[in-house]
Every structure is written in structure tokens, then in C-alpha cells.
Design a protein around this ligand. Structure first.
Ligand code: PEP
Length: 256
């Protein structure tokens, strides 16, 4: 397994935090701390912060992404935002299938698949989130659950489009709980995901796929997680709201 075949990507998921003015301040604080990063640095902000974050990141190595998008380009979908709307303002990346969307907003593997195909069709890069619940891990079906999520989400996605897909393995029991998967647990599932992708496409597609770990990754545990052979980056919630902590994680990915 050759880790140098893949791009390391550290992405902050700000969730429902920060006003536009606060977003500007946070990007400005992160900017000097990550300027020498040897990995992709991305901040995924609330929709209303995207313009401010883009402006604050201009001329830097920080990319700005969104946290969701709808599967139709336009229409009667009150409260939703489409992929072409995001690209029209210069947003290239979107998180899809986050467990909070699945848990609180009725997202299913099928709607994640629809959203993912719509985002790819609009030319976007997608961070596809998958992960098991605590009871599923305790029942010993983590592999089955995560494989199924990956297979359904990627239905109808071409091998060429896979170059614009990143998968984030996020055990639901580790998100926002302070409980991190051990580095061995994280690597084991990231490896399983890679093998599923190898089966769906081919070895080269699997070996080139960036797979992130997410779930209470922080400044203290990032280096060990990111040093794992199948962990190519992180999707970071809480710690991405603190510029210094986020920068430590970016540094760990640069070195990992
Ligand atoms: C996330 O929101 O994707 C996440 C991993 O959150 P946290 O880092 O806070 O667990």
C-alpha cells in the first residue's frame, strides 16, 4: 500500500457554527498557521458563511466547501441549496451523508446517492461520509454496514468520477463524543472501504482514493491516526473551530 499515491486532505466541518463575521475571523486566524501545509486544507462552513470564508481565504491555500446539497438543480424544495448554486459561487467541494444529516434530517443511503450524483454532475468534489452506530459495532457488523453505505452511495458513479470522491469513515459513536476510534480500528475500516472500492472499480482507483477518518480527531490524537497506512486525512468537527488545534492537525497530516 503506497500512501504517496494519495492526497492527504484535512477538512474542517464547522457544522452549524459561526456567523459570517466569525467565519471571516476564523479563516484569517487559520491562514498563517497552515500556509506551509503539505496537504489539502479545507473548511466546510454553513451556507451563509461561504461568501465570507471564500473572501477571507482568497490567495491562500485554504479551500472552502459546503456541508450538503440537494439532488435537484432547482425547484420547489424549500430550505435546500443545489450543487449548481454552490459552483456558481466558486464552491468546489461538498460534504454529503454526514451522520447528523442521516440522524436528524432523514437522509438515507438512497438520498445520499442522489445528492452525490448531482454534485458530481455539477463538477464538484464530494466528501462522502459513512460509519457505523455503536450498536452495529457491538453486533460485529461494522464491515457490512460501512460496505453497504459505500456501495449504495456509489451506485451509478463512474471510475472517472471517483477521482472527485473522498470517503470519510466516521464511526457515529465517535462524532462529537470525545470517544475516538483507536488508530487500529480506524485503519481497519478505512482498509475495508478501500477493498470495497477495489471490488467496485479496480485496484488503481482504490489506491488513489483519499479516505479520511473522522470522529473526535484532535490536536493530541491526530498524529497517530494520520500515520496509519489507510488513513489519508481527517474530517474534523469540534477541533476545526479552534485555529491552533486545526493547524496542529494539518501539521500532523503534512508529516504523516
Ligand atoms: C464531524 O462532524 O464530522 C466530526 C468528526 O465531528 P467531531 O470531530 O466533533 O467528532
Amino acid at each position: 500500500m503506497n500512501k504517496t499515491l494519495r492526497r492527504a486532505v484535512i477538512a474542517g466541518n464547522w457544522k452549524m457554527n459561526k456567523t459570517p463575521a466569525e467565519a471571516k475571523a476564523l479563516v484569517e486566524a487559520i491562514r498563517p498557521l497552515v500556509k506551509d501545509a503539505g496537504c489539502t486544507v479545507l473548511v466546510c462552513t454553513p451556507f451563509v458563511d461561504l461568501a465570507a470564508a471564500l473572501q477571507a481565504a482568497e490567495g491562500s491555500n485554504i479551500e472552502v466547501g459546503a456541508q450538503n446539497c440537494h439532488f435537484e438543480a432547482s425547484g420547489a424544495f424549500t430550505g435546500e441549496i443545489s450543487a449548481p448554486m454552490l459552483t456558481s459561487m466558486g464552491i468546489r467541494t461538498v460534504i454529503l451523508g454526514h451522520s447528523e444529516r442521516r440522524q436528524y434530517f432523514g437522509e438515507t443511503d438512497q438520498t445520499v446517492n442522489l445528492r452525490l450524483k448531482a454534485a458530481l454532475a455539477a463538477g464538484m468534489q464530494v466528501i462522502l461520509c459513512v460509519g457505523e452506530k455503536l450498536e452495529e459495532r457491538e453486533e460485529g457488523i461494522t464491515g457490512e454496514i460501512v460496505s453497504m453505505q459505500v456501495k449504495i452511495a456509489l451506485q451509478g458513479v463512474s471510475k472517472e468520477e471517483m477521482a472527485r470522491v473522498i470517503i470519510a469513515y466516521e464511526p457515529v459513536w465517535a462524532i462529537g463524543t470525545g470517544k475516538t476510534a483507536t488508530s487500529a480500528q480506524a485503519n481497519e475500516v478505512c482498509h475495508e472501504i478501500r477493498e470495497v472500492v477495489a471490488g467496485l472499480y479496480d485496484r488503481a482507483t482504490a489506491d488513489g482514493l483519499t479516505i479520511q477518518y473522522g470522529g473526535s480527531m484532535n490536536a493530541k490524537n491526530a498524529a497517530e491516526l494520520l500515520a496509519q497506512p489507510d488513513v489519508d486525512g481527517g474530517l474534523i468537527g469540534g477541533a476545526s473551530l479552534k485555529a491552533e488545534d486545526f493547524a496542529v492537525i494539518v501539521k500532523a497530516a503534512t508529516e504523516g
